[in-house]
Write a protein that binds this ligand. Structure first.
Ligand SMILES: O=C(O)c1ccccc1N[C@@H]1O[C@H](COP(=O)(O)O)[C@@H](O)[C@H]1O
Length: 207
């Protein structure tokens, strides 16, 4: 299987184009407060320049549903990623929703109630310091072997050094990385982006 790659926390057109050249399938734009926050109008300008087949995803943390939908329309997002403790009943699901679930211990998995209206479940590490973009991994064995009702997106501390192992362990639908391909907060590193995709493709070939 070909594992999809999402590069999150894109803050400039230059990084977006380098991400596409490196082979990213999807770009994530953090609209909520973050060191990688980007203004919706800047996102729209970048999204208009993306080639076809590259998807754009708006990342939100505990924002009002009407605001999320308004920004998503402006930015022409293909999907939204909800990274906080949102109440999904407030959302219309006119746009596909990826929901982030935070894991750092087996009981986090037991407590999970995956909403069937979402298009994919994203697993990230749990941190009290930030809702995402932490660079912290969780123990992949906690979710290994579990069948989820929706495609699995793996996130949390992925880097070119560990992503192939993560794919071998979990065989996720997609991998999502933010800080692991940066040279400074909010600025991507071209070599790390290429190395990341290369490692994903190597792991795919080891099926
Ligand atoms: O990247 C961010 O700054 C961010 C901020 C707020 C919510 C989500 C964010 N990104 C998501 O965080 C995880 C993994 O990040 P990392 O690779 O561990 O740095 C991933 O889901 C990103 O989409």
């Amino acid at each position: 299987m070909r594992t999809r790659v999402k590069f999150c926390g894109i803050t400039s057109e230059a990084d977006a184009m380098e991400a596409v050249a490196a082979g990213a399938d999807s770009l994530g734009f953090v609209i909520s407060k973050s060191p990688r926050q980007i203004h919706p109008k800047s996102v729209r300008d970048i999204v208009m320049k993306l080639p076809p087949m590259v998807t754009s995803i708006g990342v939100f943390v505990n924002e009002n549903a009407a605001y999320v939908e308004q920004v998503s329309e402006l930015c022409k997002f293909n999907a939204i990623q909800l990274q906080g403790a949102e109440n999904l009943d407030e959302f219309s699901f006119k746009i596909p929703v990826i929901k982030a679930y935070k894991i750092n211990a087996p009981h986090d998995l037991k407590q999970l109630n995956i909403d069937t209206r979402i298009c994919a479940c994203l697993f990230d590490s749990k941190s009290h310091d930030a809702p995402g973009g932490t660079g912290i991994t969780f123990d992949w064995n906690i979710i290994k072997g579990t069948i989820f009702p929706k495609p699995l997106i793996l996130a949390g501390g992925l880097t070119p050094a560990n992503v192939s192992e993560a794919i071998r362990v979990l065989r996720p639908y997609a991998v999502d990385v933010s800080s692991g391909i940066e040279k400074a907060k909010g600025i991507k590193d071209v070599n790390l982006m290429h190395a990341f995709v290369q490692q994903v493709r190597m792991a795919d070939r080891s099926d």
